[in-house]
Design a protein around this ligand. Structure first.
Ligand code: GTP
Ligand code: SPV
Ligand code: MN
Length: 591
Protein backbone atom coordinates (compact mmCIF):
# COMPACT_ATOMS: atom_id res chain seq x y z
CA UNK A 1 0.00 0.00 0.00
CA UNK A 2 3.03 2.25 0.36
CA UNK A 3 6.65 2.44 -0.72
CA UNK A 4 7.56 4.67 2.23
CA UNK A 5 10.64 2.91 3.61
CA UNK A 6 10.16 4.34 7.11
CA UNK A 7 6.61 3.02 7.31
CA UNK A 8 7.60 -0.37 5.90
CA UNK A 9 10.48 -0.65 8.35
CA UNK A 10 8.22 0.22 11.28
CA UNK A 11 5.65 -2.39 10.24
CA UNK A 12 8.35 -5.04 9.57
CA UNK A 13 9.76 -4.49 13.04
CA UNK A 14 6.30 -4.75 14.58
CA UNK A 15 5.73 -8.02 12.70
CA UNK A 16 9.09 -9.40 13.82
CA UNK A 17 8.24 -8.56 17.42
CA UNK A 18 4.57 -9.52 17.67
CA UNK A 19 4.68 -12.43 15.17
CA UNK A 20 1.12 -12.19 13.81
CA UNK A 21 -0.28 -14.87 11.50
CA UNK A 22 -0.97 -12.20 8.89
CA UNK A 23 -0.98 -8.48 8.25
CA UNK A 24 -3.86 -6.40 6.87
CA UNK A 25 -3.40 -2.80 5.75
CA UNK A 26 -6.47 -0.68 6.39
CA UNK A 27 -7.44 1.20 3.23
CA UNK A 28 -10.37 3.08 4.71
CA UNK A 29 -12.75 1.56 2.16
CA UNK A 30 -16.19 0.75 3.51
CA UNK A 31 -16.19 -2.81 2.10
CA UNK A 32 -13.07 -3.71 4.06
CA UNK A 33 -14.42 -2.18 7.26
CA UNK A 34 -17.74 -3.98 6.81
CA UNK A 35 -15.90 -7.32 6.49
CA UNK A 36 -14.08 -6.59 9.73
CA UNK A 37 -17.30 -5.68 11.52
CA UNK A 38 -18.80 -8.98 10.37
CA UNK A 39 -15.80 -10.85 11.70
CA UNK A 40 -16.13 -9.05 15.04
CA UNK A 41 -19.83 -9.97 15.17
CA UNK A 42 -18.91 -13.63 14.72
CA UNK A 43 -16.46 -13.57 17.62
CA UNK A 44 -18.73 -11.48 19.87
CA UNK A 45 -16.30 -8.56 19.94
CA UNK A 46 -19.15 -6.44 18.56
CA UNK A 47 -22.91 -6.88 19.02
CA UNK A 48 -25.15 -5.54 16.26
CA UNK A 49 -27.90 -3.24 17.52
CA UNK A 50 -31.39 -2.62 16.15
CA UNK A 51 -30.82 -1.56 12.54
CA UNK A 52 -34.05 0.44 12.38
CA UNK A 53 -33.62 2.35 15.61
CA UNK A 54 -29.81 2.57 15.63
CA UNK A 55 -28.58 2.03 12.06
CA UNK A 56 -24.94 1.03 11.75
CA UNK A 57 -24.54 0.89 15.54
CA UNK A 58 -22.75 -1.70 17.67
CA UNK A 59 -22.23 -2.56 21.32
CA UNK A 60 -18.79 -3.52 22.58
CA UNK A 61 -17.89 -4.74 26.06
CA UNK A 62 -14.35 -4.36 27.28
CA UNK A 63 -12.96 -6.66 29.95
CA UNK A 64 -14.40 -5.68 33.38
CA UNK A 65 -10.85 -5.09 34.61
CA UNK A 66 -10.23 -2.73 31.71
CA UNK A 67 -12.77 0.10 31.59
CA UNK A 68 -10.82 3.35 32.03
CA UNK A 69 -7.46 5.01 31.57
CA UNK A 70 -4.76 3.66 33.87
CA UNK A 71 -2.71 6.63 34.99
CA UNK A 72 -0.49 4.53 37.25
CA UNK A 73 0.59 2.44 34.29
CA UNK A 74 1.07 5.31 31.85
CA UNK A 75 4.68 6.37 31.34
CA UNK A 76 6.74 9.03 29.62
CA UNK A 77 9.95 7.39 28.45
CA UNK A 78 12.55 10.07 27.73
CA UNK A 79 16.29 10.03 28.35
CA UNK A 80 16.26 12.19 31.47
CA UNK A 81 13.81 11.58 34.29
CA UNK A 82 13.73 15.34 35.01
CA UNK A 83 12.34 15.98 31.54
CA UNK A 84 9.29 13.86 32.35
CA UNK A 85 8.84 15.92 35.52
CA UNK A 86 7.43 15.15 38.96
CA UNK A 87 3.84 14.53 37.79
CA UNK A 88 4.51 11.87 35.15
CA UNK A 89 5.61 8.29 35.65
CA UNK A 90 8.96 7.85 33.98
CA UNK A 91 10.79 4.86 32.58
CA UNK A 92 14.19 4.83 30.91
CA UNK A 93 13.53 4.31 27.17
CA UNK A 94 16.00 1.47 26.83
CA UNK A 95 14.59 -0.33 29.84
CA UNK A 96 11.04 0.32 28.61
CA UNK A 97 11.69 -1.09 25.13
CA UNK A 98 13.28 -4.19 26.67
CA UNK A 99 10.78 -4.81 29.44
CA UNK A 100 7.64 -4.14 27.43
CA UNK A 101 9.19 -5.57 24.25
CA UNK A 102 9.22 -8.90 26.07
CA UNK A 103 5.47 -8.57 26.62
CA UNK A 104 4.85 -7.72 22.95
CA UNK A 105 7.09 -10.62 21.87
CA UNK A 106 4.79 -13.14 20.14
CA UNK A 107 1.67 -11.36 21.46
CA UNK A 108 -0.07 -11.63 18.07
CA UNK A 109 0.71 -15.29 17.34
CA UNK A 110 -2.19 -16.78 15.41
CA UNK A 111 -3.82 -13.33 15.16
CA UNK A 112 -4.11 -10.69 12.45
CA UNK A 113 -2.16 -7.46 12.68
CA UNK A 114 -3.96 -4.41 11.29
CA UNK A 115 -2.00 -1.40 10.06
CA UNK A 116 -4.03 1.82 10.33
CA UNK A 117 -2.66 4.97 8.67
CA UNK A 118 -4.51 7.94 10.18
CA UNK A 119 -4.48 11.71 10.15
CA UNK A 120 -5.11 13.95 13.15
CA UNK A 121 -6.77 16.97 11.56
CA UNK A 122 -8.16 17.13 8.03
CA UNK A 123 -6.11 15.03 5.62
CA UNK A 124 -3.35 17.09 4.03
CA UNK A 125 -3.91 20.28 6.05
CA UNK A 126 -0.66 21.96 7.12
CA UNK A 127 -1.79 21.78 10.74
CA UNK A 128 -2.52 18.04 10.56
CA UNK A 129 -0.24 15.21 11.61
CA UNK A 130 0.01 11.59 10.54
CA UNK A 131 0.13 8.47 12.69
CA UNK A 132 0.34 4.78 11.94
CA UNK A 133 -1.28 2.48 14.49
CA UNK A 134 -0.54 -1.21 14.40
CA UNK A 135 -3.04 -3.26 16.42
CA UNK A 136 -4.51 -6.74 16.85
CA UNK A 137 -8.00 -5.40 17.66
CA UNK A 138 -10.85 -4.95 15.20
CA UNK A 139 -12.55 -2.75 17.80
CA UNK A 140 -9.59 -0.41 17.51
CA UNK A 141 -9.77 -0.39 13.69
CA UNK A 142 -13.47 0.42 13.51
CA UNK A 143 -13.21 2.97 16.33
CA UNK A 144 -10.21 4.70 14.72
CA UNK A 145 -12.34 4.94 11.58
CA UNK A 146 -14.79 7.06 13.59
CA UNK A 147 -12.32 9.06 15.69
CA UNK A 148 -9.76 9.93 12.99
CA UNK A 149 -9.39 10.08 9.20
CA UNK A 150 -7.91 6.75 8.08
CA UNK A 151 -6.67 4.85 5.05
CA UNK A 152 -4.74 5.05 1.79
CA UNK A 153 -5.29 8.79 1.34
CA UNK A 154 -3.27 9.40 4.51
CA UNK A 155 -0.31 7.42 3.18
CA UNK A 156 -0.52 9.40 -0.05
CA UNK A 157 -0.22 12.63 1.88
CA UNK A 158 2.65 11.23 3.97
CA UNK A 159 4.62 10.35 0.81
CA UNK A 160 8.10 9.18 1.75
CA UNK A 161 8.31 11.39 4.84
CA UNK A 162 9.47 10.01 8.18
CA UNK A 163 7.27 12.50 10.04
CA UNK A 164 4.66 10.19 11.55
CA UNK A 165 3.86 8.85 15.01
CA UNK A 166 4.46 5.14 15.41
CA UNK A 167 1.82 3.42 17.52
CA UNK A 168 1.99 -0.22 18.52
CA UNK A 169 -0.94 -1.81 20.32
CA UNK A 170 -1.67 -5.37 21.36
CA UNK A 171 -4.45 -6.60 23.62
CA UNK A 172 -2.12 -9.48 24.52
CA UNK A 173 -3.78 -11.26 27.52
CA UNK A 174 -5.43 -8.13 28.99
CA UNK A 175 -3.35 -8.84 32.08
CA UNK A 176 -3.67 -5.70 34.25
CA UNK A 177 -0.32 -6.46 35.88
CA UNK A 178 1.35 -6.29 32.50
CA UNK A 179 -0.63 -3.34 31.17
CA UNK A 180 1.59 -0.49 29.96
CA UNK A 181 0.86 2.71 28.09
CA UNK A 182 4.28 4.03 27.08
CA UNK A 183 5.21 7.24 25.28
CA UNK A 184 8.60 7.86 23.73
CA UNK A 185 8.37 11.55 22.76
CA UNK A 186 11.91 11.62 21.39
CA UNK A 187 11.10 8.70 19.06
CA UNK A 188 7.56 9.76 18.06
CA UNK A 189 6.52 6.36 19.40
CA UNK A 190 3.66 4.96 21.52
CA UNK A 191 3.43 1.42 22.90
CA UNK A 192 0.21 0.19 24.48
CA UNK A 193 -0.24 -3.38 25.68
CA UNK A 194 -2.73 -5.50 27.63
CA UNK A 195 -5.66 -3.12 27.34
CA UNK A 196 -8.68 -2.82 25.07
CA UNK A 197 -10.20 0.34 26.61
CA UNK A 198 -10.54 3.29 24.21
CA UNK A 199 -8.46 5.86 26.09
CA UNK A 200 -5.56 3.40 26.29
CA UNK A 201 -5.76 1.99 22.76
CA UNK A 202 -7.17 4.56 20.33
CA UNK A 203 -3.65 5.91 20.10
CA UNK A 204 -4.53 8.99 18.02
CA UNK A 205 -6.42 10.47 20.94
CA UNK A 206 -4.77 11.10 24.31
CA UNK A 207 -1.51 9.28 23.53
CA UNK A 208 -0.73 11.16 20.30
CA UNK A 209 -2.93 14.25 20.15
CA UNK A 210 -2.04 15.25 23.74
CA UNK A 211 1.01 13.48 25.17
CA UNK A 212 3.20 13.29 22.06
CA UNK A 213 1.68 16.43 20.49
CA UNK A 214 2.23 18.55 23.63
CA UNK A 215 5.93 17.69 23.34
CA UNK A 216 5.96 18.45 19.61
CA UNK A 217 4.12 21.70 20.31
CA UNK A 218 6.71 22.80 22.85
CA UNK A 219 9.48 22.21 20.31
CA UNK A 220 7.61 23.64 17.34
CA UNK A 221 5.90 26.63 18.98
CA UNK A 222 2.27 25.55 19.25
CA UNK A 223 0.02 23.96 21.88
CA UNK A 224 -1.88 20.69 22.27
CA UNK A 225 -4.60 21.07 24.88
CA UNK A 226 -7.38 19.06 26.56
CA UNK A 227 -9.97 21.56 25.37
CA UNK A 228 -13.33 21.71 23.68
CA UNK A 229 -13.87 24.33 20.97
CA UNK A 230 -17.30 25.98 20.73
CA UNK A 231 -18.67 28.83 18.60
CA UNK A 232 -21.30 31.15 20.09
CA UNK A 233 -23.31 32.97 17.43
CA UNK A 234 -25.14 36.06 18.66
CA UNK A 235 -28.40 37.39 17.17
CA UNK A 236 -26.37 39.69 14.87
CA UNK A 237 -24.73 36.61 13.35
CA UNK A 238 -21.28 37.21 14.84
CA UNK A 239 -19.54 34.05 16.08
CA UNK A 240 -17.05 34.07 18.95
CA UNK A 241 -15.06 30.91 19.55
CA UNK A 242 -14.20 29.75 23.05
CA UNK A 243 -11.88 26.91 24.03
CA UNK A 244 -12.32 25.32 27.43
CA UNK A 245 -10.16 22.92 29.41
CA UNK A 246 -12.06 20.84 31.97
CA UNK A 247 -10.69 17.59 33.42
CA UNK A 248 -12.04 14.24 32.24
CA UNK A 249 -15.78 13.82 32.76
CA UNK A 250 -16.21 17.45 33.87
CA UNK A 251 -18.42 18.72 31.06
CA UNK A 252 -16.48 19.40 27.84
CA UNK A 253 -18.74 17.40 25.54
CA UNK A 254 -21.77 18.98 27.19
CA UNK A 255 -20.53 22.56 26.82
CA UNK A 256 -19.29 21.96 23.28
CA UNK A 257 -22.79 21.16 22.01
CA UNK A 258 -25.07 22.94 24.44
CA UNK A 259 -28.61 23.94 23.56
CA UNK A 260 -29.24 27.60 24.42
CA UNK A 261 -31.97 28.35 26.99
CA UNK A 262 -35.36 29.14 25.46
CA UNK A 263 -35.03 32.91 25.78
CA UNK A 264 -31.66 32.81 24.00
CA UNK A 265 -33.05 30.65 21.20
CA UNK A 266 -35.85 33.13 20.75
CA UNK A 267 -33.38 35.99 20.49
CA UNK A 268 -31.50 34.06 17.79
CA UNK A 269 -28.46 32.65 19.61
CA UNK A 270 -26.84 29.59 18.05
CA UNK A 271 -24.09 27.31 19.30
CA UNK A 272 -21.66 25.49 17.01
CA UNK A 273 -19.45 22.56 18.04
CA UNK A 274 -15.93 22.47 16.60
CA UNK A 275 -14.50 19.95 19.06
CA UNK A 276 -15.33 18.29 22.38
CA UNK A 277 -12.02 17.09 23.82
CA UNK A 278 -8.80 18.21 22.15
CA UNK A 279 -7.60 21.47 20.59
CA UNK A 280 -4.36 22.21 18.77
CA UNK A 281 -3.61 25.92 18.98
CA UNK A 282 -1.33 28.02 16.82
CA UNK A 283 -0.65 31.72 16.42
CA UNK A 284 -2.20 32.99 13.20
CA UNK A 285 -0.92 35.72 10.89
CA UNK A 286 -3.33 38.10 12.59
CA UNK A 287 -1.63 37.51 15.95
CA UNK A 288 -4.62 35.65 17.34
CA UNK A 289 -4.63 32.06 18.55
CA UNK A 290 -6.31 29.67 16.11
CA UNK A 291 -7.68 26.29 17.17
CA UNK A 292 -8.30 23.08 15.27
CA UNK A 293 -9.92 19.92 16.53
CA UNK A 294 -7.60 17.10 15.44
CA UNK A 295 -10.31 14.47 15.96
CA UNK A 296 -13.08 13.26 13.67
CA UNK A 297 -15.51 11.89 16.25
CA UNK A 298 -16.62 12.00 19.87
CA UNK A 299 -15.56 9.45 22.50
CA UNK A 300 -18.11 10.71 24.98
CA UNK A 301 -19.34 9.73 28.44
CA UNK A 302 -22.70 7.95 28.04
CA UNK A 303 -24.28 8.07 31.54
CA UNK A 304 -26.00 11.36 32.18
CA UNK A 305 -26.56 11.98 28.47
CA UNK A 306 -30.27 12.41 27.71
CA UNK A 307 -32.67 14.61 25.78
CA UNK A 308 -32.60 17.25 28.47
CA UNK A 309 -28.89 17.35 29.36
CA UNK A 310 -27.34 16.94 25.91
CA UNK A 311 -29.75 16.23 23.03
CA UNK A 312 -27.07 16.97 20.43
CA UNK A 313 -24.77 14.29 21.85
CA UNK A 314 -27.66 11.86 22.09
CA UNK A 315 -28.62 12.56 18.50
CA UNK A 316 -24.99 12.09 17.40
CA UNK A 317 -25.14 8.50 18.67
CA UNK A 318 -28.20 7.50 16.65
CA UNK A 319 -26.24 6.06 13.73
CA UNK A 320 -22.83 4.56 12.90
CA UNK A 321 -21.85 4.63 16.57
CA UNK A 322 -20.03 2.12 18.77
CA UNK A 323 -21.19 1.97 22.37
CA UNK A 324 -18.79 0.58 24.96
CA UNK A 325 -19.86 -0.83 28.35
CA UNK A 326 -23.42 0.50 28.29
CA UNK A 327 -26.43 -1.70 29.08
CA UNK A 328 -28.39 -3.60 26.44
CA UNK A 329 -32.18 -3.67 26.30
CA UNK A 330 -32.73 -7.18 24.94
CA UNK A 331 -36.36 -6.55 24.06
CA UNK A 332 -35.62 -3.76 21.60
CA UNK A 333 -31.91 -4.52 21.01
CA UNK A 334 -31.06 -0.92 21.85
CA UNK A 335 -28.77 0.57 24.46
CA UNK A 336 -29.47 2.10 27.86
CA UNK A 337 -27.58 4.00 30.53
CA UNK A 338 -28.34 5.85 33.75
CA UNK A 339 -30.32 9.12 33.29
CA UNK A 340 -32.08 7.80 30.18
CA UNK A 341 -35.14 7.13 32.36
CA UNK A 342 -35.62 10.90 32.54
CA UNK A 343 -36.61 10.86 28.86
CA UNK A 344 -39.56 8.50 29.42
CA UNK A 345 -43.14 9.45 30.34
CA UNK A 346 -43.12 7.53 33.63
CA UNK A 347 -39.48 8.37 34.52
CA UNK A 348 -38.94 4.70 35.31
CA UNK A 349 -35.91 2.61 34.53
CA UNK A 350 -36.52 -0.37 32.22
CA UNK A 351 -37.79 -3.46 34.03
CA UNK A 352 -35.12 -5.71 32.58
CA UNK A 353 -31.72 -5.12 30.97
CA UNK A 354 -28.42 -6.85 30.33
CA UNK A 355 -25.85 -4.83 32.26
CA UNK A 356 -22.46 -3.69 30.96
CA UNK A 357 -20.84 -6.93 32.09
CA UNK A 358 -23.42 -9.04 30.25
CA UNK A 359 -25.41 -10.00 33.36
CA UNK A 360 -29.19 -9.76 33.89
CA UNK A 361 -30.19 -6.47 35.54
CA UNK A 362 -33.38 -5.04 37.08
CA UNK A 363 -33.99 -1.69 38.80
CA UNK A 364 -33.60 -3.57 42.09
CA UNK A 365 -30.06 -4.63 41.26
CA UNK A 366 -27.54 -2.89 43.45
CA UNK A 367 -25.16 -2.17 40.56
CA UNK A 368 -25.32 0.38 37.76
CA UNK A 369 -26.61 -0.98 34.46
CA UNK A 370 -24.02 0.97 32.47
CA UNK A 371 -20.46 1.48 33.70
CA UNK A 372 -19.98 5.10 34.94
CA UNK A 373 -17.24 5.48 32.31
CA UNK A 374 -19.22 3.79 29.54
CA UNK A 375 -18.78 5.69 26.29
CA UNK A 376 -20.10 6.28 22.80
CA UNK A 377 -17.82 6.59 19.78
CA UNK A 378 -19.79 8.72 17.33
CA UNK A 379 -18.87 10.47 14.06
CA UNK A 380 -18.62 14.24 14.50
CA UNK A 381 -20.64 14.80 11.34
CA UNK A 382 -23.65 13.27 13.13
CA UNK A 383 -23.79 16.23 15.49
CA UNK A 384 -26.70 18.54 14.58
CA UNK A 385 -24.69 21.61 15.64
CA UNK A 386 -21.35 20.67 14.07
CA UNK A 387 -19.61 23.85 12.97
CA UNK A 388 -19.16 24.70 9.30
CA UNK A 389 -15.52 25.35 10.34
CA UNK A 390 -15.06 21.82 11.72
CA UNK A 391 -12.63 20.93 8.93
CA UNK A 392 -11.27 24.43 8.26
CA UNK A 393 -7.55 23.82 7.69
CA UNK A 394 -6.48 26.87 9.70
CA UNK A 395 -9.15 26.34 12.41
CA UNK A 396 -11.06 29.08 14.21
CA UNK A 397 -9.83 32.22 16.05
CA UNK A 398 -10.08 32.04 19.83
CA UNK A 399 -11.75 34.87 21.75
CA UNK A 400 -11.54 33.35 25.23
CA UNK A 401 -9.86 30.45 26.98
CA UNK A 402 -11.79 28.97 29.87
CA UNK A 403 -10.49 26.70 32.61
CA UNK A 404 -12.73 24.84 35.01
CA UNK A 405 -13.07 21.92 37.33
CA UNK A 406 -15.36 20.20 39.78
CA UNK A 407 -15.11 22.11 43.04
CA UNK A 408 -17.85 21.77 45.64
CA UNK A 409 -16.68 25.01 47.31
CA UNK A 410 -13.72 27.40 46.69
CA UNK A 411 -14.00 28.36 43.00
CA UNK A 412 -16.76 30.84 42.06
CA UNK A 413 -19.13 30.27 39.13
CA UNK A 414 -16.85 32.40 36.93
CA UNK A 415 -13.91 34.78 37.24
CA UNK A 416 -11.54 36.45 34.84
CA UNK A 417 -7.77 36.56 35.14
CA UNK A 418 -6.03 39.95 35.07
CA UNK A 419 -3.87 39.19 32.05
CA UNK A 420 -2.23 36.30 30.16
CA UNK A 421 0.30 35.35 32.83
CA UNK A 422 -2.26 35.52 35.62
CA UNK A 423 -4.44 33.38 33.34
CA UNK A 424 -1.66 30.82 33.04
CA UNK A 425 -1.49 30.90 36.83
CA UNK A 426 -5.26 30.29 37.04
CA UNK A 427 -4.88 27.28 34.73
CA UNK A 428 -1.89 25.97 36.65
CA UNK A 429 -3.73 25.95 39.99
CA UNK A 430 -6.80 24.13 38.67
CA UNK A 431 -8.02 21.42 40.98
CA UNK A 432 -10.88 19.04 40.49
CA UNK A 433 -12.56 16.00 41.95
CA UNK A 434 -11.45 12.78 40.26
CA UNK A 435 -13.99 10.94 38.08
CA UNK A 436 -14.58 7.47 36.65
CA UNK A 437 -12.63 8.34 33.48
CA UNK A 438 -9.50 6.94 35.11
CA UNK A 439 -9.16 3.97 37.45
CA UNK A 440 -8.84 4.81 41.16
CA UNK A 441 -10.88 6.67 43.75
CA UNK A 442 -13.64 9.00 42.52
CA UNK A 443 -14.42 12.39 44.11
CA UNK A 444 -10.96 13.16 45.52
CA UNK A 445 -9.80 16.74 44.88
CA UNK A 446 -6.42 16.87 43.18
CA UNK A 447 -4.44 19.45 41.23
CA UNK A 448 -5.06 19.06 37.52
CA UNK A 449 -3.33 21.99 35.79
CA UNK A 450 -5.04 22.99 32.54
CA UNK A 451 -6.85 19.59 32.79
CA UNK A 452 -3.55 18.18 31.48
CA UNK A 453 -2.24 16.33 34.52
CA UNK A 454 -2.74 12.91 32.89
CA UNK A 455 -1.82 14.11 29.41
CA UNK A 456 1.26 16.30 29.41
CA UNK A 457 4.12 14.56 27.59
CA UNK A 458 6.96 16.34 29.41
CA UNK A 459 7.82 18.24 32.58
CA UNK A 460 4.74 20.16 33.76
CA UNK A 461 6.93 23.12 34.85
CA UNK A 462 8.31 23.39 31.29
CA UNK A 463 4.73 23.14 30.03
CA UNK A 464 3.82 26.17 32.19
CA UNK A 465 6.84 27.98 30.76
CA UNK A 466 5.64 27.11 27.25
CA UNK A 467 2.26 28.68 28.03
CA UNK A 468 4.01 31.87 29.13
CA UNK A 469 6.11 31.84 25.96
CA UNK A 470 3.02 31.38 23.79
CA UNK A 471 1.51 34.45 25.43
CA UNK A 472 4.53 36.49 24.34
CA UNK A 473 4.14 35.24 20.78
CA UNK A 474 0.43 36.04 20.65
CA UNK A 475 -0.10 39.71 19.90
CA UNK A 476 -3.89 39.46 20.19
CA UNK A 477 -4.23 37.23 23.21
CA UNK A 478 -7.52 35.61 24.12
CA UNK A 479 -8.76 36.56 27.60
CA UNK A 480 -8.53 33.79 30.20
CA UNK A 481 -11.33 32.78 32.58
CA UNK A 482 -12.16 30.10 35.12
CA UNK A 483 -15.61 28.53 35.65
CA UNK A 484 -17.09 26.10 38.14
CA UNK A 485 -20.48 24.55 37.38
CA UNK A 486 -20.23 22.24 40.36
CA UNK A 487 -20.61 24.34 43.54
CA UNK A 488 -22.91 22.54 45.97
CA UNK A 489 -25.21 23.60 48.81
CA UNK A 490 -25.09 22.15 52.32
CA UNK A 491 -27.05 19.10 51.17
CA UNK A 492 -24.58 18.46 48.35
CA UNK A 493 -26.91 19.56 45.52
CA UNK A 494 -25.48 21.53 42.60
CA UNK A 495 -26.55 25.16 42.99
CA UNK A 496 -26.04 26.26 39.38
CA UNK A 497 -28.41 24.58 36.87
CA UNK A 498 -25.56 23.98 34.42
CA UNK A 499 -25.77 22.41 30.95
CA UNK A 500 -27.60 24.74 28.48
CA UNK A 501 -27.78 27.46 31.11
CA UNK A 502 -23.98 27.66 31.07
CA UNK A 503 -24.50 29.86 28.00
CA UNK A 504 -25.49 32.60 30.45
CA UNK A 505 -21.96 32.54 31.80
CA UNK A 506 -20.37 32.31 28.33
CA UNK A 507 -22.38 35.41 27.39
CA UNK A 508 -20.76 37.33 30.26
CA UNK A 509 -17.34 36.01 29.20
CA UNK A 510 -17.80 37.22 25.63
CA UNK A 511 -19.06 40.59 26.81
CA UNK A 512 -15.94 40.94 28.96
CA UNK A 513 -13.75 40.16 25.96
CA UNK A 514 -15.48 42.89 24.00
CA UNK A 515 -15.36 45.36 26.89
CA UNK A 516 -19.15 45.51 27.10
CA UNK A 517 -19.61 44.81 30.78
CA UNK A 518 -17.98 45.86 34.06
CA UNK A 519 -16.69 43.53 36.71
CA UNK A 520 -15.66 43.62 40.33
CA UNK A 521 -12.00 43.21 41.17
CA UNK A 522 -11.39 40.71 43.97
CA UNK A 523 -8.28 38.92 45.26
CA UNK A 524 -8.30 36.23 42.55
CA UNK A 525 -9.22 38.43 39.57
CA UNK A 526 -12.48 39.86 38.23
CA UNK A 527 -15.89 38.45 39.13
CA UNK A 528 -19.19 39.57 37.59
CA UNK A 529 -21.54 41.94 39.30
CA UNK A 530 -24.31 39.47 40.14
CA UNK A 531 -26.92 41.44 38.11
CA UNK A 532 -24.84 40.95 34.99
CA UNK A 533 -25.45 37.20 34.91
CA UNK A 534 -28.75 36.81 33.08
CA UNK A 535 -31.07 34.63 35.17
CA UNK A 536 -34.32 35.31 33.26
CA UNK A 537 -36.34 32.13 33.18
CA UNK A 538 -34.30 30.41 35.91
CA UNK A 539 -35.66 29.55 39.31
CA UNK A 540 -32.70 31.00 41.16
CA UNK A 541 -32.48 34.59 42.35
CA UNK A 542 -29.77 37.20 42.36
CA UNK A 543 -28.77 36.32 45.95
CA UNK A 544 -28.01 32.80 44.83
CA UNK A 545 -25.86 34.21 42.04
CA UNK A 546 -24.05 36.34 44.63
CA UNK A 547 -23.49 33.22 46.68
CA UNK A 548 -22.16 31.40 43.59
CA UNK A 549 -19.78 34.26 42.89
CA UNK A 550 -18.49 34.65 46.43
CA UNK A 551 -14.80 34.27 47.10
CA UNK A 552 -14.08 33.25 50.67
CA UNK A 553 -10.72 34.53 51.91
CA UNK A 554 -10.15 31.79 54.48
CA UNK A 555 -10.86 29.02 51.97
CA UNK A 556 -8.55 30.68 49.48
CA UNK A 557 -5.77 31.08 52.02
CA UNK A 558 -6.03 27.32 52.57
CA UNK A 559 -5.92 26.97 48.80
CA UNK A 560 -2.71 28.99 48.69
CA UNK A 561 -1.11 26.46 51.03
CA UNK A 562 -2.10 23.65 48.68
CA UNK A 563 -0.75 25.55 45.67
CA UNK A 564 2.57 26.14 47.46
CA UNK A 565 2.92 22.42 48.13
CA UNK A 566 2.02 21.63 44.56
CA UNK A 567 4.46 24.18 43.15
CA UNK A 568 7.25 23.07 45.50
CA UNK A 569 7.77 19.81 43.63
CA UNK A 570 8.83 21.71 40.50
CA UNK A 571 11.75 23.36 42.31
CA UNK A 572 13.85 25.69 40.19
CA UNK A 573 12.00 24.73 37.03
CA UNK A 574 8.81 26.54 38.04
CA UNK A 575 8.59 29.74 35.94
CA UNK A 576 9.25 32.84 38.03
CA UNK A 577 6.11 34.44 36.56
CA UNK A 578 3.97 31.84 38.34
CA UNK A 579 5.78 32.20 41.66
CA UNK A 580 5.15 35.95 41.35
CA UNK A 581 1.45 35.39 40.64
CA UNK A 582 1.17 33.17 43.70
CA UNK A 583 2.83 35.82 45.86
CA UNK A 584 0.43 38.43 44.46
CA UNK A 585 -2.56 36.24 45.27
CA UNK A 586 -1.39 35.69 48.82
CA UNK A 587 -0.80 39.40 49.29
CA UNK A 588 -4.25 40.23 47.89
CA UNK A 589 -5.90 37.75 50.24
CA UNK A 590 -4.06 39.16 53.24
CA UNK A 591 -5.13 42.75 52.57
P1 GTP B 1 -14.15 13.40 28.90
O1 GTP B 1 -14.72 12.84 27.66
O2 GTP B 1 -13.82 12.37 29.92
O3 GTP B 1 -12.97 14.30 28.66
O4 GTP B 1 -15.33 14.22 29.64
P2 GTP B 1 -16.04 15.63 29.35
O5 GTP B 1 -15.24 16.71 29.96
O6 GTP B 1 -16.38 15.75 27.92
O7 GTP B 1 -17.38 15.52 30.23
P3 GTP B 1 -18.91 15.37 29.77
O8 GTP B 1 -19.40 16.55 29.02
O9 GTP B 1 -19.09 14.05 29.12
O10 GTP B 1 -19.64 15.37 31.18
C1 GTP B 1 -19.31 14.46 32.19
C2 GTP B 1 -20.35 14.45 33.27
O11 GTP B 1 -20.55 15.75 33.80
C3 GTP B 1 -21.71 13.96 32.79
O12 GTP B 1 -22.25 13.07 33.75
C4 GTP B 1 -22.53 15.22 32.70
O13 GTP B 1 -23.89 14.97 32.91
C5 GTP B 1 -21.93 16.09 33.80
N1 GTP B 1 -22.05 17.53 33.47
C6 GTP B 1 -21.68 18.13 32.32
N2 GTP B 1 -21.96 19.46 32.33
C7 GTP B 1 -22.52 19.71 33.54
C8 GTP B 1 -23.03 20.88 34.17
O14 GTP B 1 -23.02 22.00 33.62
N3 GTP B 1 -23.52 20.74 35.44
C9 GTP B 1 -23.54 19.54 36.08
N4 GTP B 1 -24.04 19.49 37.30
N5 GTP B 1 -23.07 18.40 35.50
C10 GTP B 1 -22.58 18.48 34.27
C1 SPV C 1 -10.79 11.50 29.12
O1 SPV C 1 -10.65 10.67 30.03
O2 SPV C 1 -10.41 12.69 29.23
C2 SPV C 1 -11.45 11.11 27.86
C3 SPV C 1 -11.67 9.70 27.61
O3 SPV C 1 -11.71 11.94 27.02
S1 SPV C 1 -10.20 8.88 27.23
O4 SPV C 1 -10.11 8.75 25.78
O5 SPV C 1 -10.28 7.59 27.88
O6 SPV C 1 -9.06 9.64 27.70
MN1 MN D 1 -11.11 13.98 27.69
Amino acid sequence: MTTNKNVLKFVDEAVALCKPANVVWITGEEAQLEELRKEALATGELIKLNEEKLPGCYLHRSDPNDVARVEGRTFICCDNKEDAGPINNWMDPKEAYEKVGAIFDGSMKGKTMYVIPYSMGAVGSTFSKVGIEVTDSIYVVVSMKIMTRIGTKVLEVLGDSNDFVRGLHSKADLDPEKRYILHFPQDNTIWSVNSGYGGNVLLGKKCFALRIASYQGKNEGWMAEHMLIVGIQNPQGEINYITAAFPSACGKTNLAMLIPPKSYLEKGYKVWCVGDDIAWLRVGKDGRLWAINPENGFFGVAPGTNKKSNPNALYSTMKNTIFTNVALDPETNTVWWEAMEKDTADKKKPAYLIDWKGNPWTPDSDVKAAHPNSRFTAPAINCPCISSEFEAPEGVPVTAIVFGGRRAKTAPLVYQSRDWNSGVFVGSIMASETTAAATGAVGVVRRDPMAMRPFVGYNMADYFAHWIEMGKKTANQPKIFNVNWFRTDDEGNFIWPGFGDNLRVLEWIIKRCKGEVDAKEVAIGYVPNAEDINIDGLDIDVDTVKELLSVDKETWLEEVKGIKEFYAQFGERLPKELADELAKLEANLSK
